[in-house]
Design a protein around this ligand. Structure first.
Ligand code: IPE
Ligand code: IPE
Ligand code: MG
Length: 223
């Protein structure tokens, strides 16, 4: 049976859900938080040690200011409200991406990382202002003085240093692309594209994916 240490998720479809149910993309983002909570509980229950959530891409800066601000506010309010509980549950928060938001949010993200640094129950990697290409460029720049670069060096220079590659990558929202997410790390990841929009994604959908994953023959090039 295949074990899952690291699950990565492209949480897509909030905007469409919001428009359909509440006539507002932003209310879809708010609804999506409930699914985030569900997935966190799921990972703890299943003893999955790393959960990476794609929350804001380097490309998402193209979105209207009103939507960006709504997303950043949502995150700020969520962390202010829940950080104590997150820490109490021994969850570690790690940000993947450059923190270039408002001063207040940057500080809060630093604080959340520091406060939860020693926790070992579950590590949540929040991909925020994350772009895989940007991450790879960052790694190359860190390594440019070396005369020979190995895979090991690159692994250790990415934002995901010390994080194992994900066994499972899920994208909700009925779109089949990676949108600049974990291009290096997902070289041998099992990918699940889900039709459901993120706020509609439920515990039973995760169960189905886990079952399918555990029945998958992972060859890694072998036969
Ligand atoms: C959430 O889904 C992804 C974020 C950037 C937070 P979207 O906002 O992309 O939703 P759709 O794809 O427009 O429905
Ligand atoms: C990917 O979703 C980014 C996040 C989930 C944060 P997008 O909705 O931004 O992706 P594209 O633009 O449709 O590829
Ligand atoms: Mg989308």
């Amino acid at each position: 049976m295949n074990l899952v240490k690291h699950m990565a998720i492209i949480m897509d479809g909030n905007g469409r859900w919001g428009l359909k149910h509440k006539n507002s993309r932003n209310l879809g983002h708010r609804e999506g938080l409930k699914t985030v909570e569900m997935v966190m509980r799921y990972c703890i229950k299943k003893k999955i040690k790393f959960l990476t959530l794609y929350a804001f891409s380097t490309e998402n800066w193209k979105r209207p200011l009103k939507e960006r601000n709504y997303l950043f506010n949502l995150l700020e309010i969520y962390l202010k409200e829940k950080l104590e509980r997150i820490n109490h549950e021994r969850i570690k928060i790690k940000i993947l991406g450059e923190k270039n938001f408002s001063k207040g949010l940057n500080k809060l993200l630093d604080f959340a990382e520091k406060k939860t640094m020693k926790n070992t129950k579950l590590q949540i990697n929040l991909a925020l202002n994350y772009g895989s290409k940007k991450e790879i460029v960052y790694a190359f720049n860190k390594l440019k003085k070396k005369s020979r670069i190995s895979e090991y060096d690159i692994n250790n220079s990415l934002y995901t240093k010390n994080i194992p590659d994900p066994e499972i990558l899920i994208r909700t929202g009925n779109t089949q692309r990676l949108s600049n997410f974990l291009l290096w790390q997902a070289a041998y990841t099992e990918i699940f594209f889900e039709k459901k929009l993120w706020p509609d994604f439920k515990n039973e959908d995760l169960n189905k994916i886990m079952k399918k994953f555990s029945n998958t023959k992972r060859n890694f090039g072998n036969v």
